[in-house]
Design a protein. Sequence first.
Length: 206
Amino acid sequence: MSEPQITGTPAPTHAAPDSPQRNRPRWVDLPVEDDTANLREGPDLHDQCLGLLPLVGVWRGLGEVDYPTIEGPQRFGQQIVFAHDGRPFLSYESRSWLLGPDGEVLRPAARETGFWRPQPDGREIEVLITHATGISEIFYGKARDLRSWEIETDAVVRTSSAKDVVSSHRLYGIVDGGDLAYVDERAMEGQPRQPHLSALLSRVAG
């Protein structure tokens, strides 16, 4: 898979000026540590997660979705949150919304939630992602270097009403200027694995 890049989609601005002072909403009255997406607040990042440190934060920007089984390409906005509670994993949450030709918001789109579980060797990663569309995926992958991570599905579980997703391959990377880019290749609905999603996101908190 090629390095993360966006084609046909305007790049977002770089990190928000006040991003170091911002965080995800948190429950301060929990009896245990809540997740934090700002390394300046909350519990210390677990040593096992140091290889994922650049991902921690709240990211927001633009992307493009395309596939032979949908009418496209279509542009979307997206927010991704990588957070932690001091234990050896990151929580992951993604929300997206479809955009019209003039950038207007049309409707809510895909949602994902899960966990990134770095292993003691510092390179291997286990990733669990569940989609609101009835799909759960188990990825295995590794840190390619200090700024990029590659994961591929080992198993895909689907409900009876979900799309026939067979496999997924994702590459995430911190690109020049500090933005987060990713690409997703997917085999589904009888199609061979091919590019499906790409996005470029800027840090808005953390």
